[in-house]
Design a binder for this molecule. Structure first.
Ligand code: DX5
Ligand code: ZN
Length: 227
């Protein structure tokens, strides 16, 4: 079953607890942390993640678009995140960092910007619980989906199959009813959606619809046959 993670970047930051409640039934809540250095935008940090973790039962999927994740990522586990994603472009020691996140009790995940290839990281994949392929340049919600990322999703799914890994493959950026099926066919199984969920009249219904489309599209895909 496809997992849908609404991104609170498109929610009302003054009403985060209500906005979490509005997507009840979601698998995870996607929390975009930006530091105005790694990306040209600034959002939120550890104190808000701590408050949000107390305010909702939905597990938090923290996407760190920050410099020096080696220093900061473990603190997001302590703040209550169930999954922590760091960007490989910013990490000094990705293997050590993934091990530290896991040792602290969260799922360890690594993100690739659109211009970063997957191939150099093949041997590192067993250290991860999830790989995030950005389908827009990170920094802002509401951008157009980059179709040119589909081959990278497909190649990553092939690597997961080749090594028989239990690795979730997440896509983030421009995911909507118009693009989610292409992502699922290519091999993604975890879908972040910001504007497509919080821009909808009924966010919980938008999550259900996205999950249905993705689950159907992946059911017959080469990589999911028999699952
Ligand atoms: C962008 C963030 C995304 C963003 C996606 O840098 O990482 O999580 O919220 O927003 P949409 O779904 O609107 O493209
Ligand atoms: Zn994100």
């Amino acid at each position: 079953m496809a997992q849908i993670n609404p991104s609170i970047l498109s929610a009302d930051f003054a009403r985060l607890a209500d906005e979490a409640e509005a997507v009840r039934g979601s698998d995870w809540l996607h929390v975009d942390v930006m530091d105005n250095h790694f990306v040209p935008n600034l959002t939120l940090g550890i104190p808000i993640v701590e408050s949000l973790a107390r305010a909702t039962d939905i597990p938090l999927d923290c996407h760190l678009m920050i410099e020096d994740p080696d220093r900061w990522a473990p603190q997001y586990v302590e703040a209550g995140a169930g999954s922590v994603t760091f960007h490989v472009e910013a990490a000094a020691a990705p293997v050590r960092l993934a091990r530290e996140i896991r040792a602290k009790g969260a799922r360890a995940s690594m993100a690739l910007k659109p211009g970063t290839p997957i191939e150099p990281y093949e041997d590192l994949l067993p250290e991860l619980d999830m790989l995030l392929i950005m389908t827009v340049e990170p920094g802002f919600g509401g951008q157009a989906f980059l179709d040119i990322m589909l081959p990278k999703i497909r190649r990553t799914r092939e690597l997961i199959a080749k090594h028989d890994l239990e690795l979730w493959l997440q896509v983030d950026g421009g995911v909507s009813v118009g693009t989610i099926e292409r992502c699922a066919e290519a091999g993604a199984d975890v879908f972040v959606a910001g504007s497509a969920v919080y821009g909808a009249e009924d966010p919980a219904e938008a999550v259900r619809k996205l999950r249905e489309l993705a689950t159907k599209a992946s059911a017959d895909a080469w990589w999911a046959c028999g699952h």
